[in-house]
Design a protein around this ligand. Structure first.
Ligand code: BV8
Ligand code: ZN
Length: 235
């Protein structure tokens, strides 16, 4: 812990990769944890274009349920610690896989949302992309002003990430002296590729997670515990 604290204190350029685990202490179920199941479905089975094409109402019921939970969630000590870190560091980029918007709510400025935003919708026909915070949704599935059905503004499995966002993320990870990996099982790509990318570019990689993950074997320092407890101690 002291080594990690020293690396962070000495760094000017810091990049962060967060996953669902950073929002766990805010009461948001993770993807692969035991709380991640909804009815009898797995996230991977619903967060796909095929599932939406087959049963848009079911997929929207799942997102409506998640939006309802996230609407009650407040940023936790880990989210707040990252806001402090951004204030202290001349170069800071927060790269998140999360779609819950809790980093925005906490007050971070430079956020790269790799997988989109649960509070935005896209039209399946006219290309409109708009915010919608209605909880619960008055009508499922919701529709665009043009009359066509809307889809959640997130990236599903099998879909490409927003144009250019991985280049920006790689630029941040490649220039970081310290790369913090917080609350991710590191199994989803291309997000997880940022971890070896940062390491090969010379960053000190610090992982914060109560469990071992697919990345633990390559990080420089693995701090095992909840982010809400560990992160504040690192600053
Ligand atoms: C792409 C948005 C190419 C939706 C998400 C086979 C078939 C098809 C595709 C693939 C395949 N093999 C590989 C792929 C690629 C696929 C992929 O990686 N699949 C994985 C499952 C193997 N990736 C994609 O499909 C990506 N697109 O590759 O496109 C392409 C290119 C050009 C043209 C066409 C196509 C898109 C991936 C994005 C999917 N969307 N989310 C939504 O949210 O509804 S991913 C989803 O998983 C979430 O974003 C989530 O954040 C993310 C990763 O999960 P984690 O964040 O790590 O969360 P998880 O639950 O797994 O782990 C939580 C961790 O927290 C645990 O480690 C736990 O210990 C820890 N924790 C718990 N409590 C705490 C804690 N840590 C700290 N403190 C605590 N208190
Ligand atoms: Zn439309």
């Amino acid at each position: 812990m002291d080594q990690a604290r020293q690396w962070i204190a000495d760094a000017n350029a810091v990049a962060i990769l967060t996953g669902a685990g950073i929002s766990a202490e805010s009461g948001v179920p993770t993807f692969r944890g035991d709380g991640g199941l909804w009815r009898e479905y797995r996230a991977e089975d619903l967060a796909t274009p095929a599932a939406f094409a087959r049963d848009p109402k079911l997929v929207w019921e799942w997102y409506d349920w998640r939006r309802g939970i996230i609407a009650q969630a407040v940023p936790n000590a880990a989210h707040r610690a990252l806001v402090q870190l951004e204030i202290r560091k001349p170069q800071f980029t927060l790269i998140t896989q999360n779609v819950d918007g809790l980093h925005d709510l906490a007050g971070n400025g430079k956020i790269l949302k790799l997988h989109g935003d649960i509070w935005r919708m896209r039209c399946t026909e006219c290309g409109a992309n708009f915010p919608n915070r209605r909880v619960p949704l008055p009508k499922v599935p919701p529709h665009c002003a043009c009359g066509a059905m809307a889809r959640p503004g997130v990236v599903w499995f099998g879909e490409p990430l927003p144009e250019g966002i991985m280049q920006e993320a790689e630029h941040a990870a490649g220039g970081a002296e310290v790369f913090l990996v917080i609350g991710t099982s590191a199994v989803v790509y291309p997000a997880a590729s940022l971890i070896p990318y940062a390491k090969q570019a010379g960053a000190k990689v610090i992982e914060i997670n109560p469990e071992l993950t697919a990345a633990t074997s390559i990080v420089d320092c693995a701090l095992q515990g909840p982010a809400g407890e560990i992160l504040p101690q690192l600053l």
